[in-house]
Design a protein around this ligand. Sequence first.
Ligand SMILES: Nc1ncnc2c1ncn2[C@@H]1O[C@H](COP(=O)(O)OP(=O)(O)OP(=O)(O)O)[C@@H](O)[C@H]1O
Ligand SMILES: [Mg+2]
Length: 250
Amino acid sequence: MTAALQTIALGKHFGALHVTRQVNLSLAAGARHALIGPNGAGKTTLINLITGALSPDEGQVLLGGRDVTALPQARRVKQGLARTYQINQLFSDLSVLENVAISIAERVGAAGNFWRRASANSHVIDEAVELLARLKLDAYALTPVRELPYGRQRLVEIAITLGQKPTVLLLDEPAAGVPSAESHIILDAIAALPEQIAVLIIEHDMDIVFRFAKFITVLASGGIIAQGTPEQIAGDAHVRAVYLGQGGDV
Ligand SMILES: Nc1ncnc2c1ncn2[C@@H]1O[C@H](COP(=O)(O)OP(=O)(O)OP(=O)(O)O)[C@@H](O)[C@H]1O
Ligand SMILES: [Mg+2]
């Protein structure tokens, strides 16, 4: 079966720093895949290479079997690749509904005249309202994003990516900065993601990783040091020494 997302021998240097080394990843449709590793391991860089925010020095990125390595970010989004950021990137003065509707309008090609012809875009609003209900954000629809508790702001980011109807979703620390009392909101939302989407999540919260992921890749110093099921990773002595023994408490 063709992978929804595949990287082949991906490599990247920042000057003398070899930050991505021969990374081979493969996610089937519907994958629940976590990327873990110490701070500075190169996790966000890998996501940036996959999305096209950075160009690799070596290797390829394939989406649904098609080589997209040379395509700009926007074209990859059109081909079904969506992401969230480690630090959120929302329009904080706009309402939750507006943030999500803009994403949908962009997808359906209504963005150019969205503000002038709101009445002609009722299908966009309908879809946004439905998405907010699905993520239990409906009570906040008209609230400016900056007034939301941080956990809910992070949910808005996920709603925006779903507005793009992705086949592959990359989540860079979706629970970062969220107080632990609120982190179950994020866990519930990612557990309820449409099952056909291939999801790659970067997360330091091992509770979230081990509950969500069916497969885990461990990155250290830019290279993959282990891949396997959560049970295999939790029992891997090398992984425990490099990462779980220090940061995570599995
Ligand atoms: N634009 C850049 N220029 C130079 N070095 C960079 C750049 N971006 C990242 N780095 C370096 O590359 C390495 C990997 O960074 P990256 O942000 O990918 O790590 P990470 O695994 O996401 O870490 P964290 O868990 O802290 O988010 C780090 O040493 C970082 O300082
Ligand atoms: Mg990072």
